[in-house]
Design a protein around this ligand. Sequence first.
Ligand code: NAD
Ligand code: MG
Length: 391
Amino acid sequence: MKAVTLLGSTGSIGTSALSVLRQHSDEYDVYALTANHSVDTLFEQCQQFEPKFAVMLDESSAELLTLKVKTAGLSTEVLSGEHALEEVASSEGVDYVIAAIVGAAGLLPILAAAKSGKSILLANKEALVMSGQLLMREIVASGATLLPVDSEHNAIWQCLPVGKRQKYQYDGKGIRRIILTASGGPFRDYEPSDLENVTPEQAVAHPNWSMGAKISVDSATMMNKGLEVIEAHWLFGMSSKSIEVVMHRQSIIHSMVDYVDGSVLAQMGNPDMRTPIANALAWPNRIDSGVLPLNLVDIGRLDFEKVEHNHFPCLALAYEALEAGGTTTAILNAANEVAVCAFLNKRIKFTKIPIIIEQVLSEQTSSSGDSLEQVLADDKEARSLANKYVN
Ligand code: NAD
Ligand code: MG
């Protein structure tokens, strides 16, 4: 039995991961489940999986959950606070940590898992965007394994040379380019002038994927693809010039690797996150994910288009931040989190998101990013600047 800690179990990735784990309960034991404040959902999950630990971020939610767990006679111990997230991510008995918290809140528990040598199934791309340098250093030093769950990166991982996948360095290794596919999100056919008055409800209605609110807005601005370019840079050691984005409306090809001999390897599948989760969980083996077989005849065709960078300024900002290096990508991420949250709360227009990020990037001076303190300080400063522009 492998013991699994699932960080962010009540979210979109979290529930997909539980669906895979449920199908393989003879192989994987749920050690800990964690959530921000969804007491009822986490309680239902405790009833189904009876983990050793359940963590709620805030104390009052933890008290409510404790009461429910005790009344139901479950053996689960309820903990609270950020430190408890780090504890369950690094406990000795844990083999796999599924990192499915959204945003910067995922960083410290992921670092704790990395330092203690776990196999980390990474959905939380923000951690790599904030501190790719630090996180990769910890992974290599402890011998931890980083398994990409983001569908594009999992696709690339599957298309890389077998046996070399834990090296995280592919530049100059026979690979010409990495090609990330992008659906283009809900506004791919809008004129830039039509974006002025789009609502949060329209932005989270993704044409191909069902996801949490933050990543759905990121997909609409295409900041998601920008974060993924940065994520690919750290996971595969490729320079920004060797990472390209192509629009592919159907989300069937999840990404591609272009080799110098002209071979292009692609990974295909229905757009369902249970596939990359099951792939990462079972790697280097394969397990059933519960996803329906791909029906190519029904799909009929696969389309590819150029991404218009002036239509999606967030993507260009992400490339620029990656090229600038240091904590610039942490600043980009923090400003984006603040702007997206303000848009979801109807405090700013959709078109303000890239403007605020650009303002923060031009006002704030970045640092080298080789210490956690620096990363956290620059993240904090970027949040306060972004809030100033929101107001
Ligand atoms: P979500 O909003 O549906 O779920 C987020 C989870 O994190 C919830 O369990 C929530 O309780 C928890 N959480 C939120 N804030 C927290 C905090 N401050 N402290 C502790 N826990 C907190 O998000 P999601 O769509 O599942 O995405 C999760 C991560 O996976 C994101 O980083 C996203 O970019 C990445 N990802 C998601 C998808 C997808 O299909 N949803 C695909 C690829 C990558
Ligand atoms: Mg993705």
